[in-house]
Design a protein around this ligand. Structure first.
Ligand code: DUC
Ligand code: ZN
Ligand code: ZN
Length: 473
């Protein structure tokens, strides 16, 4: 087995930092050592196969993006990144594991949908991967099939309170699914927006000739996120289901989560980079049809109402626990442009899988979160939340050698020209400048990225079976 020593760096974990060398044997970390350690009088660096010089740099556990949609069929088209292009872009950006969503559509069976996603991902991925299961139709069969997910190494499933006629579950279906989920030890993930109410507003706005991308944000009002979040929390409370609310964007929804947590409930919340940096006015409201680049759901929120600062604050204070991307990219040409003249036909989604680690590091530079919190919200908590901790999310003996060497003195110009690796004809992050750089990326001991080159191959990434959420007693 090949050995690697990452030497001279500052190892950063969710709880602290310190100078240490990281010794890798094969796919695993075997030791964290005093810098410059010797073995039987020999300098360790002279005995290993590969030395990675991390002097002046941070050495962190590889990022885990727990919310991606590679090749997702949605809005009359399919997300532009497949498992090959999307996971390679993830690796470039320091993310060494994704958790994607297998989609049971209305009228389909759960095991078949999971099998389809396995077939799409197998042999294609650059980094390790797992799935959550979307339940698009809660009925007797799908509830019975939910019970079998842990046998498949899947310990979380997602419901939608939005998208009537597509993925939507009504309250009765949510109640039944949560009862089953609680009983089976599954984490219930929720897209919390009141879909039927949104559909009425969409119809009314379009009838008034308000067809621009901006009105996507108007129709998906924060009240409808807050209301759905509250309802989901109450149904979870009643059923005892642990609840994880995805892509939280409204400060009022954050307040609902915080209040439930203060009452001691197993309620968790994720946000995404777009809700921290981008806004209704600046992005969705861009001239002409440009705003379509930023049509995603939940939508970008008003800068004037100060959602962004409050979501940052919630991340700092642990009212929100982690950051995923909801990576669901669509090209402007041939995809987003289906919604010219009708914002409701713009496929919903933003591509960010490559930029999450950098964008969140910029939060460290700007004094919004600590270095340790950066590691926690991008790697350690996602690992714990989704039953991977110990193998992933930590640099410790026995853990997978998923390691990123991050240069705080480096620089990353995001999305300028074709500098990103996602399969998109634009970048939602064009023009963002990051005071840091992903230098080296190892996935289970193999160097995927170094010296500005990609050294991995498709199929390097493997399916990972998961344990139940590790925050539950
Ligand atoms: N939101 C998005 O923006 N895209 C995919 C699905 C979703 O809920
Ligand atoms: Zn969603
Ligand atoms: Zn999503």
């Amino acid at each position: 087995m090949a050995t690697t020593l990452i030497t001279g760096g500052t190892v950063v974990s969710a709880t602290g930092r310190g100078a240490a060398d990281v010794l890798v044997d094969g796919e695993r970390i075997v030791a964290l050592l005093e810098p410059g350690s010797t073995v039987l009088g020999a300098n360790l660096a002279e005995t290993v196969d590969t030395v990675v010089d991390a002097s002046g740099k941070y050495v962190i556990p590889g990022g885990i993006d727990a919310h991606t949609h590679m090749s997702m069929p949605f809005g009359g088209t399919t997300a532009a990144d497949d498992f090959e292009t999307g996971t390679r872009a993830a690796a470039w950006g320091g993310t060494t594991m994704i958790i994607d969503f297998a989609v049971q559509k209305f009228g389909e069976r759960v095991p078949e949908s999971l099998q389809t996603w396995h077939e799409m991902a197998a042999g294609q991925c650059a980094v390790d991967y797992s799935f959550h299961q979307i339940i698009g139709e809660v009925n007797k069969e799908s509830l019975a099939e939910l019970r079998r997910l842990p046998d498949e190494g899947i310990t979380s499933y997602k419901l939608f309170m939005a998208y009537p006629g597509v993925f939507y579950s009504d309250d009765a279906q949510i109640l039944r699914a949560m009862q089953t989920g609680a009983d089976t030890g599954l984490l219930t993930m929720m897209h919390a927006e009141n879909g039927p109410a949104i559909d009425v507003l969409v119809e009314q706005l379009l009838a008034q000739g308000k067809t621009d991308p901006y009105y996507h944000g108007v129709a998906r009002a924060w009240q409808l996120e807050e209301e759905a979040t509250h309802r989901a929390i109450m149904l979870a409370d009643l059923t005892g289901a642990p609840l994880y609310v995805v892509h939280v964007s409204a400060k009022q929804a954050v307040a609902q989560l915080a209040a439930a947590r203060d009452r001691g409930r197993n309620v968790f919340g994720e946000t995404c980079p777009q809700y921290l940096y981008l806004s209704l006015e600046d992005n969705l409201g861009a001239p002409g049809f440009e705003g379509a680049k930023w049509v995603c759901s939940t939508p970008l929120r008003s800068r004037e109402e100060d959602h962004q600062n409050q979501v940052w604050q919630a991340l700092r204070t642990n009212d929100l626990q982690m950051v995923s991307t909801d990576h669901c990219p669509f090209c402007m040409k041939g995809q987003k442009d289906m919604g010219i003249g009708d914002f409701s036909k713009i496929p919903n989604g933003i591509g960010s899988v490559e930029h999450r680690m950098d964008l969140m590091y910029q939060g460290v530079v700007e004094g919004r979160i600590t270095l340790e919190r950066w590691v926690e919200i991008t790697s350690t908590t996602p690992a714990r939340m989704f039953g991977l901790y110990g193998r992933k999310g930590v640099l410790a003996p026995g853990a997978d050698a998923d390691i990123v060497v991050y240069d705080p003195d480096g620089h990353t110009s995001i999305g300028m020209g074709k500098t990103h690796h996602m399969n998109m004809d634009h970048s939602a992050w064009e023009g963002y400048e990051i005071d840091g750089h992903v230098d080296v990326v190892l996935s289970r001991g193999k160097v995927l990225v170094a010296d500005g080159e990609y050294r991995g191959r498709k199929g390097d990434g493997k399916f990972v079976r998961r344990d139940p959420c590790q925050y539950l007693i």
